[in-house]
Design a protein. Structure first.
Length: 212
């Protein structure tokens, strides 16, 4: 990975006269995560951006603007820590509560808007996909609880499976969260979900007379 990225890092250093490993944008994410009016989304045409964002970066290069935004974001956290904590908590459902249907053709709008317009088919499909994805997430949480509480699995191996989930959740809770960022860690949740289904199946078989 390092050898792949290195030529681009060298190019950035020569062009910008600063070490930029891959690209700028980290400072923008820090700033976005600390200002409530953005909702975590990047929309430079909104009035708030014209009033707040533009003066911060006016006349600065991409690297200078990114560093300025990072400083402003950290300043916001220090000045308003409880507001930042509130924004972090709001990013948890933003990351996990989704059916990913807004990325599908003819399902880009919200379920509520489809329902209000009488497009019940689209609304029901979106709700079904939401419930399906939430079901996998909740089964994964249940499976993780059962795996660690019952002591029926190797705790060290099970812990390794939780690392990607924990790291991705922490990063996107602190900085920026949209539902698509849960996709790379869904396979790990599905492993725990499968364990939960297996445990439920065992209990069900034990309750049926004549079956063990």
């Amino acid at each position: 990975m390092f050898l792949t990225v290195l030529p681009w890092t060298v190019r950035n250093t020569l062009v910008f006269h600063h070490v930029v490993l891959v690209s700028t944008g980290g400072g923008q994410l820090v700033w976005l995560a600390t200002v409530p009016f953005t909702g975590g989304e990047w929309n430079e045409h909104a009035p708030h951006y014209q009033q707040v964002y533009r003066p911060l970066v006016q006349g600065l290069s991409a690297v200078e603007a990114d560093r300025r935004l990072a400083r402003e974001g950290l300043h916001n956290i220090v000045q308003r820590p409880w507001e930042y904590l509130r924004l972090c908590l709001l990013r948890v459902p933003r990351l996990w509560v989704s059916g990913h249907s807004n990325m599908m053709v003819h399902l880009e709008d919200s379920s509520w808007n489809y329902w209000v317009r009488g497009q019940y088919g689209q609304a029901l499909v979106k709700i079904a996909l939401l419930l399906l994805n939430l079901g996998v997430v909740l089964l994964g949480v249940l499976g993780g609880y059962l795996a660690f509480s019952a002591g029926a699995v190797d705790i060290r191996q099970a812990s390794l499976l939780t690392v990607p989930i924990a790291v991705k959740t922490m990063i996107h809770t602190l900085l920026f969260a949209v539902a698509r960022y849960q996709i790379p860690i869904l396979p790990f949740l599905m492993i725990f979900a499968a364990y939960a289904c297996w445990r439920v199946h065992r209990v069900t078989r034990a309750l049926v007379p004549g079956r063990a």
